[in-house]
Ligand binder design. Structure first.
Ligand code: ADP
Ligand code: MG
Length: 326
């Protein structure tokens, strides 16, 4: 059974960036306003996230890493109206099956902090009282240490670190009221945004002035589709070869082939060949219209009225780009 759980966990968490995304979403769910991430070896050896959120109640500590343990889903109908990121209680459980997981946490009511370690979904050893600030610190060590059949040896810490940067950068831009810090262990900070910052300021910090200067605001509202989109795009992005598409649907960082293709096709029609843009879209949909059954860490998302929504995004970007060139 342990092996089965481990394989399932390895499918949910395929790389450090998947784990970090879940951990950041937990911190945001816990109403944190400052999140500090420290890593070693691209998160493979050590991945730590410190937040200043609500903390975890002492009585919940012995079960938080069991599968389907969640404080975020009270009744079945809630599934339809989920406003928090998490709702399945699978993230911590999965991570604990493929890494050494330690939680240090303190609620505002607690007199001291508590520390607990986990293995294979279960508490390992006693919960210890210790010193600590309000909030939660989760430490993930030796990720994939017990996952033999994977291409473990081929993972490059540098590449994993780049992916961690992308995740932190994305969430920092989307949650500009929350401060984010990313650093390598005992090295200088690589990325730091302030609390109560702005989207534009954080784009400047993360992607540079060239892009931040060129940002064009986009907004789409459609009551019939129960759709609202807010974001920023650029005319051309000179500095980045790849082009950047930051897509949030109901505040979750996701990918959508349909939207990606639409964005690419507009840019290739209206801009010179090989120009690449920055596109950040925060799409809010009726949760009923987003497929919550897609796996929690599955990046690709499905939603209803995709064709109409994609068409609206296309038209909106087109209009903005034409407005620029005239
Ligand atoms: P989910 O987010 O789907 O509920 P997780 O496995 O991600 O499941 O987390 C399990 C539970 O642990 C959460 O429901 C929450 O109660 C608690 N938790 C996890 N991380 C934090 C955090 N950073 N701050 C406060 N509570 C947390
Ligand atoms: Mg979660």
């Amino acid at each position: 059974e342990e092996v089965v759980n481990r394989i399932a966990a390895g499918e949910i968490v395929q790389r450090p960036a998947n784990a970090l995304k879940e951990l950041i979403e937990n911190s945001l769910d816990a109403k944190s306003t400052n999140i500090i991430i420290t890593v070693k070896s691209g998160g493979l050896k050590f991945l730590q996230i410190q937040d200043n959120g609500t903390g975890i109640r002492n009585e919940d500590l012995d079960i938080v890493c069991e599968r389907f343990t969640t404080s975020k889903l009270r009744k079945y109908e809630d599934l339809q109206e989920i406003s928090t990121y998490g709702f399945r209680g699978e993230a911590l459980a999965s991570i604990s099956h493929i890494a050494h997981l330690t939680i240090l946490t303190k609620t505002a009511q607690d007199k001291c902090a508590y520390k607990a370690s986990y293995e294979n979904g279960k508490l390992k050893g006693p919960i210890k009282a210790c010193a600590g600030n309000n909030g939660t610190q989760i430490t993930v060590e030796d990720l994939f240490y017990n996952v033999v059949a994977r291409k473990g040896a081929l993972r490059s810490p540098t590449e994993e670190y780049t992916r961690l940067m992308e995740v932190v950068g994305g969430y920092a831009i989307h949650n500009s009221q929350v401060g984010f810090t990313l650093k390598k262990f005992s090295e200088n900070t690589d990325l730091k945004t302030a609390m109560k910052s702005s989207v534009i300021e954080n784009v400047r910090i993360i992607y540079g002035n060239t892009i931040a200067r060129e940002l064009i605001e986009v907004e789409i509202l459609d009551a019939n589709l129960k759709l609202s989109i807010h974001g920023y795009i650029t005319n051309v992005n000179y500095s980045n070869k790849k082009g950047i598409l930051l897509l949030f649907i109901n505040h979750r960082l996701v990918d959508s082939q349909a939207i990606r293709k639409a964005v690419d096709s507009v840019y290739s029609t209206y801009l010179p060949k090989n120009s690449h843009a920055f596109v950040y879209l925060s799409i809010e949909l009726d949760p009923k219209n987003v497929d919550v059954n897609v796996h929690p860490t599955k990046h690709e998302v499905q939603f209803l009225y995709e064709e109409q929504i994609v068409e609206k995004i296309k038209t909106c970007i087109e209009t903005k780009l034409l407005g620029c060139s005239s």
